[in-house]
Each structure stands twice: as structure tokens, then as C-alpha cells.
Design a protein around this ligand. Structure first.
Ligand code: HEC
Ligand code: HEC
Ligand code: HEC
Length: 437
């Protein structure tokens, strides 16, 4: 098709979509709900503490707090394939926050993705999961947020591509992806399995990173087959017990509640904020999540090659002979690089490893995964000290080239008995550019 014909056709399709969305929106347009005259008084300390647990499990603070900004005051930029969306202020400030929102308005936002004044909210706010929250949990979250210090702060305008900056289009999206579901599910939380399912599916919205995205920005089905977020691979959650380093329930509890499993590694990238919040909730909640995760494992192993590979002793990464295809010279350069930059911490005799409780690199999904993304991003950006876990790794973006990162990748893959990844240097250059702060 000629470019101009194509542009005309695309413009007409966009126009038809916009007009019909506007029609649909006018037809089902949500009403504005009356503002409260006063910010509601905070509840008892017990209610506020119960609300803090809900809000931690729902990860509300992570998205609703800008870097170095006040908690819950919004303004954090969320990058989506469709442009940038800023989170809003959910402190009880009457003018710029939710101080005048009634409990009904808050409940409608959580269940239907509609703001108090009736405008549709973008699904970067994971209401497609919160929609199945119990009434009790929604009210507890409301009470907790209303007990916070009000902060005056307005989010910057969103930078979304046309026509997605036209909110009524979301009526279509909701028709496709918003499934309020069986309201009885949340009520059944009497066993660890049922509680875990509720926490994973609803509050924890784990699928929003671990399921992958459709072209329309919805979640792929079936869920938990693995996704990608901010350049990081979020591994499949249905294949945790397969592959070269299968997880046990107890290891999942350590990882989720402490940000570090001695058998697998540390939580990195976007997963770190999740484990930091889970560090503060009662252990029984994290145990319930682990019970549920164990119940959704498919029997198919992660990747056949990994299972066939010989078990790799903890020392292999540091001492194993690299057999990268590029030959003996590359092997020597790689092992020298590793000795100089990494062995001080990761080799078996390193103090960090000898003190115990540290995972061998060969057992991390960042090394065993099908793609090199998490290995590259860990080496480029390191692991910042910011959480409950005693974990710090320096960034190497300024000291290692993309070719050097590729050499190291081949070295640790071979130490773990895995075939080398392809095109690591090119991939590293791309991720370096995309994730440059
Ligand atoms: C993954 C990021 C993310 C998480 C997690 C998240 N939110 Fe949000 N939330 C957003 C974004 C982005 C918006 C703004 C959407 C828009 O402007 O269309 C928003 C909007 C809202 C709104 C509407 C506010 C307004 O002024 O219109 C409420 C209420 C809200 N969130 C509450 C919560 C609560 C409660 C939690 C935790 C249970 C939570 N959010 C977790 C990203 C998030
Ligand atoms: C100052 C110590 C230090 C140095 C130097 C260091 N790391 Fe790390 N690295 C860590 C810590 C701490 C972790 C988190 C795991 C843990 O606590 O054992 C980690 C984790 C990793 C992981 C992810 C494993 C996981 O936890 O899932 C990879 C991959 C990695 N390092 C690669 C490297 C490479 C390659 C180098 C050399 C370029 C290097 N590291 C240098 C301290 C270090
Ligand atoms: C904001 C995105 C995001 C959310 C939400 C999220 N995860 Fe993750 N998760 C990731 C990423 C990215 C990784 C890979 C990082 C790493 O290995 O350190 C990961 C890693 C994991 C791992 C380790 C898997 C492996 O093979 O190494 C587990 C287990 C996990 N997540 C469980 C959960 C659970 C349970 C929830 C919900 C309570 C959740 N995640 C919510 C992004 C997310």
C-alpha cells in the first residue's frame, strides 16, 4: 500500500474507533461521585495496622511514590509501550490527593478503574487485579491511606501517544480485560492455598509482570508464562520446580520475604521492591503465596537442556573451564576478567561465599535463563543497597564494555553447564542505552 493511502486508511480507522469509543463512553459514562465535605478522621491504630498490611501486599507505595519523593504523593513515571503515565497522589490532600474521596468512590476506583469525577483510569494502575479484592481489604486500604500525612502534589501530564491519550478508548480495553470475576473467591481465604491464590491473583498482581503483554497492553493467557518489565525478564512462575535449579517452598519463602535465597540468588530489578514490601508482612502471608506458587507448577521442565546438564557444583562458576566457541584466547580473557572483576565476591574461596548463605552464580535464573537480559542488567547496574537483604553489588556500566560483558556471560554460562547465549554484546549495547538513567 502506498504510504499516503496507508496513512489515510489508518487515520479513518483511528477516527472510527475514537467516535465509537466516545459513543460507548457517553452511553456507559460513569457518574461523578459527590466529594466529601471533610477529610475522614483516621480509624483506630488496629485498623490502620491492618490497612498497612493490605497496602504492603498490594505494593501501592512502589508506584505511587516518585524517586526521593514523599510516600504515596504520586508523580512516579511509569514507562509503557504506549508512552509515559504518571501515578497520582493518593495521600488525603483535599485538592491534589484523594482527601475528598468517599469510601464508595475509592471502591469504584479499585473495582472498575474509574476516578471520583468519572474519568477512566489507565490500566498501568492494576485495577484488573484489585477488582477481586474483598470489601474488607478495600476499606482497610482506604482507612490506611486516609491516615497518612496529606501532601500537596500534582502529577505531571502523561506523555501518551495519540489516540491513547483519549481516555474514553479505555472503555474498549475494559470490555476486553476487566473481569470482576467470582466475588466469592476473596471470601474463601480459609486455607493457605486459598489465601495464597487471593494474594497472588488479587493484591500482589504478580501476573502484571510475570505474564507478558498482548499488543493491546493486556495480560497474556494463560498467566505466569513469563514477561518482561523495564528491560528485565520476569521468569515464568509455573516452571519454578523444573530446570537445573528447582525451587522448594521454603526457598521461595526466603526469597520473597528476605530478598535473598541461599539456593538461588537475590531479588533484582523490579522484583526488589516487591520483596521489600513482603519483608514487612506477616510470614504466614508469604508462606501462603509460596504454597499457591507450588500448586501451579507445570510438570514440563523449564528447558530440556538444563535438565540434561550435569549437576554443577557450587565452585564451578569460579573454577570451571570455559569452553566458549570463540576459542582458547577468549577463554583466557574471560577467566582473567572474571578473576579481576568478579571473583573477589563470587569465587568459592571469596569471603562473601565462605561466610555461607550465598548462592553460587550457577544456580541463579539470571545465569540459567533462556535470555541474557537479567545477567546483563545485573552486571551493568549492580544491585543497590536499599532493602532488607544484606546484598550489594557495584555497577559495572562504566568499567566493562559490551564485548567484555559478553565474554563474562559465556564464561558463567559454561560454568553452569549451559550453552552460550547469542548476540550478548549487541543486546548489552541495546539494554545499556534503554536503561541509562
Ligand atoms: C503498577 C503501578 C501501580 C500500583 C502497584 C498501584 N497503583 Fe494506583 N495508580 C497507578 C497509576 C499509574 C494511576 C493513575 C492512572 C491514571 O491517571 O489514569 C493510579 C491511580 C490510582 C487511584 C486513582 C487516583 C486518582 O487521583 O484518580 C487510586 C485510588 C489508586 N491508584 C490506588 C491504589 C492503591 C490503593 C494501590 C495498592 C492496593 C495502588 N493504587 C497500586 C499505578 C499503580
Ligand atoms: C562487591 C561484591 C561483588 C562483586 C565485585 C560482583 N558481585 Fe555479582 N553479586 C554480588 C551480590 C552480593 C549479589 C547478590 C547475590 C548474593 O547475595 O550472593 C550478586 C549477584 C550477581 C548476579 C545475580 C545472581 C543472583 O543473585 O541471582 C550475577 C549474574 C552477578 N552477580 C554477576 C557478577 C559479575 C559477572 C561480576 C563481575 C563483573 C560481579 N557479579 C561482581 C556481589 C558482587
Ligand atoms: C513489577 C514487576 C513484578 C511484580 C509485580 C512481581 N514480580 Fe516477581 N519478578 C520480577 C522480575 C523482573 C524478576 C526477575 C528478577 C530477578 O530474578 O531478580 C522476578 C523474579 C521472581 C521470582 C524468582 C524467579 C526465578 O526463577 O528466579 C519469583 C519466585 C517471583 N518473582 C515471584 C513473584 C510473586 C509471587 C509476585 C507477586 C507477589 C511477583 N513476583 C510480582 C518482576 C515482578
Amino acid at each position: 500500500m502506498k504510504l499516503r493511502t496507508f496513512a489515510t486508511a489508518a487515520a479513518s480507522v483511528a477516527a472510527v474507533l475514537a467516535v465509537s469509543a466516545a459513543g460507548l463512553y457517553l452511553w456507559v459514562r460513569p457518574a461523578e461521585l459527590a466529594p466529601l465535605a471533610h477529610v475522614p478522621a483516621a480509624g483506630t491504630a488496629t485498623l490502620v495496622a491492618a490497612g498497612a498490611r493490605v497496602v504492603a501486599l498490594g505494593d501501592c507505595m512502589v508506584c505511587h511514590t516518585a524517586a526521593h519523593g514523599p510516600a504515596y504523593a504520586g508523580g512516579r513515571a511509569l514507562d509503557t509501550p504506549f508512552g509515559t503515565i504518571y501515578s497520582t497522589n493518593i495521600t488525603p490532600d483535599p485538592d491534589t490527593g484523594i482527601g475528598r474521596w468517599s469510601p464508595e468512590a475509592f471502591r469504584r476506583a479499585m473495582r472498575e478503574g474509574v476516578a471520583r469525577d468519572g474519568h477512566l483510569l489507565y490500566p498501568a494502575f492494576p485495577y484488573i487485579h484489585y477488582t477481586r479484592m474483598s470489601d474488607t481489604d478495600i476499606d482497610l486500604a482506604y482507612g490506611y491511606l486516609m491516615s497518612r500525612t496529606p501532601v500537596r502534589s500534582e502529577a505531571p501530564p502523561n506523555g501518551l501517544v495519540f489516540p491513547l491519550n483519549f481516555r474514553p478508548l479505555l472503555a474498549f480495553w475494559n470490555a476486553l480485560y476487566l473481569h470482576p470475576g467470582d466475588a466469592a473467591i476473596p471470601a474463601r481465604q480459609d486455607t493457605p492455598l486459598a489465601r495464597g491464590r487471593y494474594l497472588v491473583d488479587t493484591l500482589g498482581h504478580c501476573a502484571s509482570c510475570h505474564s507478558g503483554m498482548t499488543a493491546l497492553g493486556g495480560e497474556r493467557h494463560p498467566p505466569f508464562q513469563g514477561g518482561n518489565i523495564d528491560g528485565w525478564d520476569a521468569p515464568a512462575l509455573t516452571r519454578l520446580n523444573g530446570g537445573a535449579a528447582p525451587w522448594t517452598q521454603a526457598e521461595l519463602v526466603d526469597y520473597l520475604s528476605g530478598g535473598l535465597s541461599a539456593a538461588h540468588g537475590a531479588a533484582k530489578g523490579p522484583m526488589r521492591a516487591v520483596t521489600e514490601r513482603l519483608a514487612g508482612v506477616p510470614r504466614e502471608d508469604v508462606e501462603a503465596i509460596a504454597v499457591y506458587l507450588m500448586s501451579i507448577q507445570s510438570d514440563a521442565p523449564a528447558h530440556a537442556a538444563a535438565v540434561a546438564a550435569p549437576a554443577v557444583p557450587a565452585t564451578a562458576t569460579a573454577t570451571g573451564t570455559a569452553t566458549a566457541t570463540s576459542g582458547a584466547d577468549a577463554d583466557t580473557r574471560a577467566s582473567r576478567l572474571f578473576a579481576g572483576a568478579c571473583a573477589g565476591c563470587h569465587a568459592a574461596p571469596a569471603p562473601m561465599m565462605r561466610s555461607g548463605g550465598r548462592p553460587a552464580l550457577a544456580r541463579s535464573s539470571a545465569v540459567l535463563g533462556e535470555r541474557p537480559d537479567n545477567f546483563i542488567l545485573t552486571v551493568l547496574h549492580g544491585i543497590p543497597v536499599d532493602g532488607a537483604a544484606p546484598v550489594y553489588m557495584p555497577p559495572f556500566a562504566d568499567t566493562l564494555s559490551d564485548e567484555q560483558i559478553a565474554l563474562l556471560a559465556a564464561y558463567v554460562r559454561s560454568g553452569a553447564g549451559q550453552p552460550a547465549w547469542n548476540a550478548v554484546a549487541q543486546h548489552s549495547a541495546k539494554l545499556r542505552k534503554e536503561t541509562h538513567e
